[in-house]
Design a protein around this ligand. Structure first.
Ligand code: UD1
Length: 344
């Protein structure tokens, strides 16, 4: 007899959201099997997880596109649930190299689903994105807000993966699925031992901000100040990655405790509060007591003016709320960047 609640396979568990979720699951009493091929992450991320939980972790270096490697993981570990994070995520790159995205993101996913079916493992939790809403007609978006046609292969893989999971859950008796639609994850674990590790020039706002604060980038470009918003900059729903990790634990609990109302469910995971790009930058300065260089630049192609979540369903059904204060989140992001760069 083990003392674990259950075992969870976390693919892409060395990544930004994967590491935070693995920690949260272990702290909640789950046994976690992490797999990753380090295609966009580092072994140091696993070391960070070990330090936080205070013991060794189960890790296998596996490429989820390789059925043989993945099969061995299924043979070796008896998990009931998989959380599938492993995917490429750079929107711009997906436009230049669509096949790279379709091959990797869909092949790995179908391998997982096929083996879940074969090994009769019931629960699949998929990392979806607010990107599926596109430029929504009504804000905030609820889970019933119609999806807009994807504007990038990356976004398309998220939409397709949602539909594949819906169809599998409808067809296969023993399969259950939850898709979590993340808004904009930011921040880092309060220990500053894990966080986002972007390679090259960051595409996302917060890593760009922290790297500018660290002196690695000269100036932040705020993409567009002529949007139809109060200060003219885009509105987003920035969710602390630790809160996001907690939402995964709540979703895993719901699956393993058999509390799902239908075989396939979707939840928005955001704060429900829109924050403008300019506000985020200036709040970062105040929260961390520093000054940043920033300038207004032309709009970035493909950006939607505004999107934020209606979180009522996740609050009610998952019993989860985004609890962390934005200023604390912004401090955690800076603490992590300082840890990475050895800044005192
Ligand atoms: C982006 C992706 C989205 C993906 C998500 C993953 C696009 C169009 N969307 O969301 O599909 O799921 O990342 O994390 O790439 N900004 C600046 N200057 C910068 C960087 C960003 O002003 O240097 C602004 C953007 O215009 C946007 C906001 O900051 O208004 C947030 O940008 P970002 O962090 O890239 O996230 P999204 O674009 O919302």
């Amino acid at each position: 007899m083990s003392n674990f609640k259950d075992t969870v396979l976390v693919s892409g568990g060395a990544g930004y959201i994967g590491t935070h979720t693995a920690v949260a699951l272990m702290e909640a009493g789950y046994r976690v099997v992490i797999i990753d091929n380090f295609s966009n992450s580092e072994p140091s991320a696993i070391e960070g997880v070990k330090q936080i939980v205070g013991h060794d972790v189960i890790f296998e270096q596996v490429d989820t596109c390789r059925t043989d490697e993945l099969r061995r993981v299924f043979e070796r570990y008896d998990f009931s649930t998989v959380i599938h994070f492993a995917a490429y995520k750079a929107v711009g790159e997906s436009m230049d190299e669509p096949l790279k995205y379709y091959m990797n993101n869909l092949l790995s996913y179908m391998n997982i689903l096929e083996l879940m079916k074969e090994f009769k493992r019931p629960n699949v939790l998929f990392s979806s994105s607010a990107t599926v809403y596109g430029d929504a007609d009504v804000l905030p978006v609820t889970e019933n807000t119609p999806r807009k046609p994807a504007t990038s292969p990356y976004g398309n893989t998220k939409q397709m993966a949602e539909d594949i999971l819906r169809d599998c859950c409808a067809a296969y008796e023993g399969m259950y699925g939850i898709a979590l639609r993340y808004f904009n994850p930011i921040g880092a674990h309060p220990s500053a031992l894990i966080g986002e590790l972007p390679r090259g020039v960051p595409n996302n706002l917060l890593p760009y901000v922290t790297q500018t604060a660290a002196g690695i980038r000269e100036c932040i470009s705020i993409f567009g100040n002529d949007y139809d918003t109060e200060d003219g900059t885009c509105l987003r729903d920035y969710i602390d990655v630790v809160d996001l990790a907690a939402a995964h634990v709540a979703a895993v609990d719901r699956m393993t405790e058999k509390k799902m109302k239908t075989k396939y469910e979707i939840f928005n995971v955001g704060t429900g509060r829109p924050v403008s790009v300019l506000e985020l930058v200036t709040r970062f300065e105040k929260a961390n007591n520093l000054k940043l260089n920033y300038r207004f630049a032309p709009r970035r192609e493909g950006d939607v003016p505004a999107v934020w979540a209606d979180t009522a369903l996740a609050n009610k059904e998952l019993g989860w709320v985004a609890a962390r204060d934005l200023d604390d989140t912004l401090r955690s992001a800076w603490a992590w960047e300082k840890h990475l760069r050895g800044i005192k």
